[in-house]
Design a protein. Structure first.
Lengths: 310, 422
């Protein structure tokens, strides 16, 4: 079948079947990264522009490596060093990039809504690398891939997402995706960091982490952003770590085979301790490795690839 | 001059029937409901049209002085005339702020030479809209202001607001209050709720508005002085006003056409022309406002016409300024409320004529013999599309661009002079 989407903007745009296809295909792309010669000619002659208007190490590098392993040419532009800092509006910047005829634009942006607007206005593919606190679809897909790889299924899993749900695009995309795939999602946060209307998301919501730990197949820790402190969303990091941090005590409470995830970058000592981040339950580095495979899949599908159906 | 053959709708006098109007020397000379007289004066044929008092819009940003690239007195008055509006009250958040008589005189002079309609300035409650020192209300009144307001923000200090109300009452000036406690919803850009969370946009809770509505009605209750709450948008805020009214507090309020016709759903797609303060709310809030028009809890409809240049609105939803234009679409909006919600047209018309005239203490808003002849001819059967090209304001930031409008202004008369006709 033909992949029906030019763009990857939001998990809420994808069906369960489409998510399943992405996860299936990512396995074959993952194999490429384990070869000695890690390159296939699939996207030769295609140009991928990475527009990053927000600091990023992992996502940007992951997209760049993914594109290069498929033989696409990549150009990368960040906010500092671009005319964004000179006051050019994002859409002007985008039209200028478009005039140079890229085949795909990957955009990371501090405010919600721009990737959707670009997708509507531009003929090329647009992949959302995270917009404001709206969505981060590629992160959710790599998280689901990692869970599927570990458990062999998503259906019936219980996944806890812990921390700053309110300002997290990762949490939003994961809730929408995991629910579509039949998993149960539990959101854990102090009331100040739960978004208004969260009860309509179809996830369980609680302010207490300890009772959730033994029930969860996976616990996904979200990064605590320092600026939330000055905005008075919680008291201090010490108290946060006690109530909402992953530590040795909680690692030991987890059920057999349960895993710990983190989208990165981590604040060690705040939302996660060294033992938890580096221990046997952690699949944090698998997430990073799988990110490349999932992004290879999405680049391939968005630029006209077809989906293998057995 | 005679306007003959139309249906006269004049809520101030309870008239809703066929009749002719005689205008002489800029005043309504006579309203004849029982057949016409022969005349050799100019006759405007109003058959098939509604003949109504020129509209009064008590909340408009004309942006002059200081922001003439968004709008000026001349362009704003052209848009108003095309909307059947013959009086606007222009807000003081200009640059410089209208907080002293020199700025008031500048606006009044400009309006006298360039405006097609009556432009009545509102002065600031506090100097520079800073919320600390009272402005020269008495001198501004002498120069022509008809009300005071710090519109665009609230006077955050309750003590200053109380003194502002008392000082304004000294000069018999109505106080218009924009209600917004900025500490609630600091970075908010749309109504707070499930949709804002889904769209990844920071929310403005109803509380932001309600808490100040509550404070201001308490101030009015305690002091016995009047307060006018502008652009109420929440069901809960309107309920506070309704209860205060019932208790005899001298509180009045207005709602905007966009809050009466649109909901937060309009923000899906991140259209910055759906971004304004207060934000578009939920359907239940909208219906409560409409019920308020029906019951009289909502006294007035005012546009909060807030022009912004295209390059300012052409930004991310988070970054674009708050505000939409509304002058040219006011009457069709009202007509849509009348048709869509089965509210008596006369009752809605009172919200843009006699009611604002009463609250502001100004002449106009009726077709009573002896008053200034501000008259609008409206064709309810004509439909048209509001396009970017048809915008007479300098800015086109309207959520109604591209919308089919039912009902059209055919002619606008200010003090007996036709200032707009098609």
């Amino acid at each position: 079948m033909n992949w029906p989407h030019k763009d990857v903007i939001a998990i809420s745009d994808l069906t369960a079947g489409e998510i399943g296809h992405v996860l299936d295909m990512a396995s074959s792309f993952k194999e490429i990264s384990r070869r000695d010669i890690k390159k296939v000619p699939t996207l030769r002659g295609k140009t991928v522009v990475l527009l990053f208007y927000e600091p990023s190490t992992r996502t940007r590098l992951s997209f760049e490596i993914a594109a290069k392993r498929l033989s696409a040419d990549t150009v990368s532009l960040s906010a500092s060093g671009s005319s964004f800092s000179k006051g050019e509006t994002i859409m002007d910047a985008v039209y200028n990039v478009m005039a140079m005829a890229p085949d795909c634009i990957v955009i990371r942006y501090p405010y919600a809504g721009i990737p959707a607007k670009m997708a509507e206005l531009l003929p090329c593919s647009v992949i959302n690398g995270g917009d404001g606190f709206h969505e981060h679809p590629t992160q959710a897909l790599l998280d689901m891939y990692s869970l599927h790889e570990h458990f062999g299924r998503l259906q019936g899993l219980t996944v806890a997402i812990v921390g700053d749900i309110m300002h997290s695009r990762v949490a939003r995309s994961n809730v929408y995706g995991l629910k579509k795939m039949g998993a149960t999602v539990v959101l854990v946060a102090p009331k100040t960091l739960l978004p208004p209307g969260v009860e309509t998301w179809g996830a369980q919501v609680t302010t207490e982490l300890d009772p959730v730990i033994p029930e969860a197949d996976a616990v996904m820790m979200l990064r605590v952003q320092k600026e939330r402190l000055s905005e008075r969303f919680f008291s201090d990091e010490r108290e946060y770590a006690v109530f909402y941090g992953m530590n040795k005590r909680r690692v030991d409470m987890m059920k057999d085979g349960a895993v710990i995830m983190h989208p990165g970058p981590m604040n060690r000592g705040v939302e996660i301790t060294y033992d938890a981040a580096d221990g046997a339950r952690s699949i944090i580095l698998d997430q990073v490795e799988n990110g490349v495979a999932v992004r290879m899949t999405l680049l391939y599908l968005s630029m006209g690839g077809t989906v293998n159906v057995d | 001059m005679w306007i003959k053959g139309g249906t006269i709708i004049d809520p101030a006098n309870g008239i809703e029937q066929a009749g002719d109007i005689h205008i002489r020397e800029g005043l309504i000379a006579d309203v004849c409901l029982n057949g016409s007289r022969e005349t050799d004066e100019e006759v405007i044929d109003a058959s098939g049209l509604w003949v109504i008092p020129g509209l009064i819009d008590m909340h408009v940003h004309l942006r002059e002085p200081g922001f003439e690239y968004k709008e000026d007195i001349a362009s704003g008055s052209r848009a108003a005339a095309a909307g059947g509006i013959t009086t606007v009250v222009c807000m003081p958040n200009t640059d410089p702020v209208n907080d002293n008589p020199s700025v008031t005189r500048y606006i009044v002079e400009k309006a006298r030479h360039q405006a097609l309609i009556r432009v009545l300035p509102a002065g600031a409650i506090t100097r520079g809209l800073q919320g600390t020192e009272l402005s020269e209300m008495g001198l501004m009144k002498a120069a022509g202001i008809v009300a005071v307001t710090d519109d665009g923000k609230s006077v955050t200090d309750a003590g200053v607001m109380r003194r502002g109300m008392e000082y304004a009452a000294t000069f018999d000036l109505p106080v218009i209050s924009h209600c917004q406690d900025k500490s609630l919803g600091v970075s908010g850009v749309m109504n707070e709720g499930g949709l804002s969370s889904r769209l990844g946009l920071a929310g403005i809770p109803s509380l932001t508005e309600d808490i100040v509505i509550s404070r201001d009605t308490l101030l009015a209750r305690y002091t016995g002085l009047p307060i006018h709450i502008t652009h109420v948008s929440t069901a809960s805020g309107l309920e506070i006003i309704r209860q205060a009214k019932e208790a005899g507090v001298r509180v009045s309020c207005d709602a905007t056409p966009h809050h009466l016709l649109l909901t937060e759903d309009r923000v899906r797609g991140y259209d910055t022309n759906a971004k304004m303060y207060p934000p578009l709310r939920r359907e239940e809030d909208r219906l409560a406002l409409i019920e308020g028009i029906r019951s009289g809890a909502v006294d007035c409809i005012a546009t909060d016409h807030a022009p912004h240049a295209r390059d300012e609105k052409d930004l991310d939803f988070d970054l674009a300024p708050f505000g939409v234009i509304g002058l040219q679409t006011l009457l069709p909006a009202i007509y849509r409320l009348h048709r869509g919600h089965d509210i008596d047209f006369g009752r809605i018309l009172a919200c843009v004529t006699v009611n604002p005239a009463r609250i502001l203490g100004i002449e106009g808003g009726s077709l009573s013999p002896g008053v200034r002849a501000d008259v609008t001819l409206f064709d309810p059967s004509s439909s048209w599309v509001f396009t970017r090209e048809s915008v007479l304001s300098k800015s086109a930031n309207s959520p109604f661009i591209g919308t089919e409008m039912q009902g059209r202004v055919i002619r606008t008369i200010v003090e007996g002079r036709s200032v707009y006709r098609i």
